[in-house]
Design a binder for this molecule. Structure first.
Ligand SMILES: *Cc1c(COP(=O)(O)O)cnc(C)c1O
Length: 388
């Protein structure tokens, strides 16, 4: 059976050719080190694991969860947002659990887009910002993140016709893949733009807890007026080493949260209640201790990687957040893919070519800091052998 036209519009997985080469090398006995994937290597903290162990023994968690989520989970999210971001959320109307941010981002497309609508998507960006609109029968319109503006899109450069047809805007700070944090004043500008053009802002907050050098990442919802024009998708995946658990929330504008819930009741049956109880533990003040020690680990790895890159002549700004180092490819390579292939061939280290995150990522590559220390050190030593 032929796949649907909707599905056929999704471009082939950009990393596929690279993966084939990696597999071939490994099959030939080469010790390939991948710095490609953004998936924390450290286990989920015992605090969270133990909360889960206890929760799964409770038969009440075994039944269908409500798609609204447990009251104690929503209250924990509300307390966390207050403590961490100084944002007030009504646990009754402004918080819904999601089965991971990916589910939420995808489903928000289905909930709000009709064929012919536009969704403004950060470029480079998380692939669901484009696949989501396509699968909803709508059109993603890329907004290039400008290095000279601090990796934000130039909102003034968005065509008036496009802005008028756009219903959603996907943004993400701290940012994957660039590691950028939001520049002062930008969220305020986004609120203004969204009001003017009646656009729903979807802020993808996957990295706010992974921060260095005293930086504190804000919630988009802390911006005056943000709750009138937008929502935030907050994920526990990266900050709490919980990628496998599928635990996130959609928070903010009550009407939007309600619409998302309405869609979800037709698609899934909610987030496993034991996972919600694990989420309560993660977001408690005790969870902060674990987050702080992870940040210390990532900071050390970041410094190690940045130093190695400088050693081979790559100009790099150490990120103040996220698990990624984003750097320009050295001169003399025709594309980010060509450079990453060269590195794989020469020293068997996998880097992510920037172009796989969107056309504006061309000319850059991404290193993920989620490789165990000894392997990361080995990878860094190999990069040093590349010469400058
Ligand atoms: C990892 C990531 C996600 C996915 O989060 P899940 O909650 O695991 O689905 C979403 N957005 C960005 C920007 C990410 O990097």
């Amino acid at each position: 059976m032929r796949p649907s036209k909707r599905l056929e519009r999704i471009p082939p997985y950009a990393f596929a050719e690279m993966e084939r080469k990696i597999a071939a090398k490994r099959a030939a006995g080469v010790d390939v080190i991948s710095l490609g994937i953004g998936d924390p290597d450290r286990p989920t903290s015992p605090l969270v694991v133990e909360a889960m162990q206890e929760a799964v023994t409770e038969p009440e968690t075994h039944r269908y969860p409500s798609n609204r989520g447990r009251a104690d989970f929503r209250v924990a999210v509300s307390d966390f947002y207050e403590r961490r971001f100084d944002v007030e959320l009504d646990p009754e109307r402004e918080i819904i659990p999601a089965i991971g941010a990916k589910e939420a981002i995808f489903n928000l497309n289905l909930a709000f887009l009709d064929p012919g609508d536009y969704a403004l998507a950060a470029d480079p960006g998380y692939p669901v910002y484009t696949a989501g609109p396509w699968l909803a029968g709508a059109e993603p319109v890329l907004m290039a993140l400008e290095p000279k503006l601090g990796f934000v899109p130039d909102l003034d450069a968005i065509d008036e016709q496009v802005a008028r047809r756009a219903k959603l805007m996907f943004l993400n700070y701290p940012n994957n893949p660039t590691g950028a944090v939001v520049p002062a004043g930008f969220f305020e500008r986004v609120v203004e733009f969204a009001r003017e053009h009646e656009i729903l802002v979807v802020h993808d907050n996957a990295y706010s807890e992974i921060v260095f050098d005293g930086y504190r990442a804000p919630s988009f919802l802390a911006t005056p007026g943000a709750k009138e024009v937008g929502i935030e998708v907050f994920s526990l995946s990266k900050g709490y080493n919980m990628t496998g658990w599928r635990c996130a929330v959609v928070v903010g504008n009550a009407e939007t949260v309600e619409t998302y819930w309405r869609l979800k009741t037709n698609i899934d049956s909610g987030l496993f209640e034991a996972v919600q109880l694990a989420g309560v533990a993660a977001l408690s003040p005790d969870g902060d201790v674990e987050v702080a020690s992870m940040n210390e680990l990532y900071r050390r790895r970041r410094d190690l990687v940045c130093e190695a890159l400088r050693g081979i002549g790559v100009e790099v700004h150490p990120p103040r957040s996220t698990i990624y180092v984003w750097a320009p490819i050295p001169a003399g390579y025709e594309s980010s893919e060509a450079y990453c292939e060269h590195v794989l061939e020469q020293v068997a280290v996998v880097l992510s070519p920037g172009a796989i995150y969107g056309p504006a990522g061309e000319g850059w590559f991404r290193i993920s800091l989620t490789t165990p220390d000894d392997r990361l050190l080995e990878a860094v030593e190999r990069l040093g052998k590349l010469g400058s």
